[in-house]
Design a protein around this ligand. Structure first.
Ligand SMILES: *Cc1c(COP(=O)(O)O)cnc(C)c1O
Length: 425
């Protein structure tokens, strides 16, 4: 019999991500999940209002995903993916290509969002290199977030996340997100950067998540992408967080006319059940790697590439995602959010309340600067934890990003806790 609680044992052995271990509150031990709820060691329920880091779309421990996973585990749990293949990988690739925007033809598997980005960056640089064209620069947005590995960090905005490593990251041109007012100036900036040296532009379409749930408009963005295309800059759409219905459409790129050359997926891909990353490409990208010359191979892979269990979870998640009930749920959340947004607009300390699909976000006015290290974040986190609502602000940016199965009553509880917070603040 263990006498110590899970939380206490954790303190002796675990090092948590993004956590200052000296000052962080003791973590809550979660032992089971159901729908939008997680239950702790004392069987107290918590509402998962940010989908467990944006990955969970259909709810926790979903029976359909669990059953498919169990069956696959008894069938084939893993298999080397060079020289061999298996049904979950092929089935998933076929299904993804059917639903992804237009022109995507090939699926490359990896383990998570960061690796999906690493793969896309390598594909882009080598796509040109294989044709004897040396392009070494990447274009990205200020405030971007594409992951925590070195390549993904390099194309992410310089911030407290990257500060210690900044001089080790490769050179990237950063520009602001576009709007009607700054578009022509952005294009002039890129023109001045020798666009012929730029291999690719990597972006989070319409929504910069970790940067602070920054939302930007499709129209100017489309024109920026068109310009990049005209300058032979490959377009990498990082849909790691925007994919699978988050922004209202199945994929954020569906709001745009321009088609990307590559798409990165993870997070909601498996419904949040397993770690899996995907990088898709057009036929043109893929064909640039076909050769009798072995040096033109894409030399990238991971031990768990296309893990059959992860692919199975993704297939099961897609079954649920393609069910019209899923879109209806997303619409329901959107409408509830819209009503709450109107309420927020009346509150003086609420800045920039905004809504995209199932994501509602706003800043809380403070005397400190906006941003991730704003000290308000810890206070807010504690406030909601005490009310058993799992909301984890980005600095002074508060956002709700729920699993699509969250009930109206649960959503109302989340809103109510925010109302209380704003009254006290
Ligand atoms: C979370 C995220 C990543 C990184 O994914 P991980 O699985 O955490 O490595 C990349 N891009 C975007 C847009 C993300 O939100």
């Amino acid at each position: 019999m263990q006498t110590k609680s899970l939380s206490a044992r954790d303190l002796d052995v675990i090092w948590h991500p993004y956590t200052q271990m000296q000052t962080a509150p003791v973590p809550i031990g979660m032992v089971r999940g159901q729908g939008a709820l997680l239950f702790d060691e004392n069987d107290q329920s918590y509402i998962d209002a940010t989908s467990s880091w944006w990955v969970n779309i259909h709810g926790h421990a979903h029976p359909h995903i669990a059953q498919q996973l169990a069956a696959q585990a008894l069938q084939l749990e893993h298999c080397i993916f060079a020289g061999y293949t298996h049904p979950p990988a092929v089935n998933l690739a076929e299904r993804l290509l059917q639903v992804l925007p237009g022109n995507q033809r090939r699926v490359f598997y990896s383990d998570n969002g960061s690796t999906a980005i690493e793969v896309a960056l390598k594909m882009a640089i080598q796509y040109w290199d294989n044709q004897g064209i040396r392009k070494r620069k990447i274009l990205a947005f200020n405030n971007a977030y594409h992951g925590d590995t070195f390549g993904a960090m390099s194309v992410s905005g310089r911030s407290v996340f990257t500060r210690v490593f900044d001089d080790l990251l490769f050179d990237v041109h950063f520009i602001d997100v576009p709007n009607a007012a700054n578009l022509s100036q952005l294009i002039a900036t890129i023109d001045g950067l020798q666009p012929e040296d730029i291999a690719a532009f990597v972006f989070e379409p319409l929504l910069q998540g970790s940067g602070g749930m920054i939302m930007y408009e499709a129209n100017a963005f489309d024109q920026l992408l068109q310009y990049c295309k005209s300058r032979n800059i490959l377009l990498i759409a990082d849909e790691v967080m925007t994919g699978f219905g988050r922004t209202g459409k199945n994929f954020a790129m569906e709001y745009l006319q321009t088609l990307p050359d590559m798409i990165c997926l993870s997070k909601g891909l498996t419904g949040g059940a397993m770690a899996l990353g995907v990088t898709t490409s057009t036929a043109a990208i893929y064909e640039a790697f076909l050769s009798n010359d072995k040096l033109k191979t894409l030399f990238h892979g991971h031990s768990f590439t296309a893990n059959p269990l992860a692919c199975t979870a993704a297939l099961a998640s897609m079954d649920l995602f393609m069910d019209p009930a899923c879109a209806a749920n997303r619409q329901r959340i959107h409408e509830k959010h819209r009503a709450f947004l109107q309420e927020l607009q009346q509150i003086a300390i609420v800045k920039h309340p905004r809504l995209l699909g199932t994501i509602l976000a706003f800043e809380i006015s403070t005397t400190n600067a906006d941003g991730y290290t704003n000290s308000l974040a810890d206070e807010l986190h504690r406030f909601f934890r005490a009310r058993r609502i799992m909301l984890r602000p980005l600095g002074n940016t508060l956002y709700i990003l729920p699993p699509y199965c969250i009930t109206d009553e649960q959503l109302e509880q989340v809103y109510q806790s925010i109302r209380e917070l704003l009254r006290e603040a």
